[in-house]
Design a protein around this ligand. Sequence first.
Ligand SMILES: *[C@@H]1O[C@H](CO)[C@@H](O)[C@H](O)[C@H]1NC(C)=O
Ligand SMILES: *[C@@H]1O[C@H](CO)[C@@H](O)[C@H](O)[C@H]1NC(C)=O
Ligand SMILES: *[C@@H]1O[C@H](CO)[C@@H](O)[C@H](O)[C@H]1NC(C)=O
Length: 509
Amino acid sequence: MAMASRVPICFCIFVFCLFISFHGLVSASEGGEGKAKEFVVTLDSSNFYDTVNNHSFIVVEFYAPWCGHCKHLAPEYEKAASVLSSHDPPVVLAKVDASDEANKGLATEFEIRGFPTIKILRNGGKIVQDYKGPRDADGIVTFLKKQVGPASAEIKSVEDAGNLIDEKKIFIVGVFSEFSGEEFENFTQLADKLRSDYDFGHTLDAKHLPRGESTVRGPTVRLLKPFDELVVDFQNFHVDALENFIEEASLPTITLFNKDPSNQPFIEKFFNSPNAKAMLFMNFGSELADTFKSKYHDVAVQYKKKGVGFLLGDVETSQGAFQYFGLQENQVPLLIIQTNDGKKYLKPNLDLDHIAPWLKEYMDGSLKPYVKSEPIPEVNNEPVKVVVADNLQDVVFNSGKNVLLEFYAPWCGHCKKLAPILDEIAVSLQSDADVIIAKIDATANDIPTDTFNVRGYPTLYFKTASGNLSQYDGDRTKEAIIDFIRKSRDKTGHQDSVKDEQDSVKDEL
Ligand SMILES: *[C@@H]1O[C@H](CO)[C@@H](O)[C@H](O)[C@H]1NC(C)=O
Ligand SMILES: *[C@@H]1O[C@H](CO)[C@@H](O)[C@H](O)[C@H]1NC(C)=O
Ligand SMILES: *[C@@H]1O[C@H](CO)[C@@H](O)[C@H](O)[C@H]1NC(C)=O
């Protein structure tokens, strides 16, 4: 049965960022749009490379027709494309339906993990950058206009600095005695590479800059930031060293979790960083808030260089996080650590004096991971059994039965289509005591990622009575699945040959 990946699935985005609401999203007026000329160019695997090769600068949105954020973006993206079509030189905005089977190769090549994902392709596609700008038409236009110009702008006066430097963002300035030489070239090269993440400038005189020493000795890179020490200088012009410096200096000691649009890039950066993530949620209105914050800050400074990032959120703005982790508001102050391999550690009702010792325990590896689970159902007598994280081991691995387990998401359309089929299968196999048909809501329960590889919904796994676990990726029809179960299950008690099995399947059909 070699029918892998032909079966439609709902993609899921496993990142925590799901609950970050992107500001500047404007409701789409769905339907009712006229048949006006489309400025956004539609690409697919047949014309993608030809088109991209022809452009020194092109923007590509990877979308899926069913994705809500994509539908919101579409009219804004189209409006931006129409404005930018008359820019000099014209800027082309394109889109690819990355959920279309025919374009899967492109989705893989560009490592598309969620929708929409927007990429900026330069030099005929030789340089690929993530689009990190706003998602409203005006914002897209402003951001992209800056992206097509030079990567670094010269600052000749205090006025220039005032116009270019946004106090709420990171700004990186190279201070040179002349705009040539290896240092300048290395700086420019890096500015080109990182331009979609940061704003860059260069100047001959540090006096023009709003912060930092007004005289510098030798070529210097000055990073201005809206948090912590506000300004840092660096003088090593090795490209890698410079890049590391920028990445490190631009991550706040503690990232604030709030809805301020200018803070969203820092939140995204926090969640995209390779660090383990410590997250403290508390009530900012409580009288202990300030003491907590300062204790937390001390710990953050101490562990920053040890591969842990720190975030602080108010209960009020962190509803999404509580939902995501399956937590209760009455557990604050609440400290969570999430590691890159998906493990979570949880310290609810945290005591002020326990922040540092608990982090130490985490570093020592002596904490037990926390597993999110729905409650184990008290009655579980529907044909399709309900599995949750806390009974998964018992139902699937310790039951000694043959188990078909569906991982689903409540919002997933393909799962809704499959549900009645699973019901029918469970009903027709009900008389067979050695077979269990089960389902687990993979958004409300943590899935053991070392055992199951769930990349989309629905995902079906089959475990035989003797413990052989495999993923089912055949057709999602009653007949195909029953056939598969009959063939794959361990036949306890009777000695049926494969031939008999096939005959009996035929009899039933
Ligand atoms: C690419 O450019 C060439 C030469 O200008 C042109 O003939 C061709 O049609 C272009 N292809 C696409 C897909 O735009
Ligand atoms: C420029 O970067 C290259 C590559 O990292 C490095 O070999 C070179 O020494 C750098 N130049 C200076 C002046 O730091
Ligand atoms: C386990 O399942 C796989 C996939 O269905 C199969 O190829 C393999 O032979 C099975 N192993 C045993 C010991 O049954």
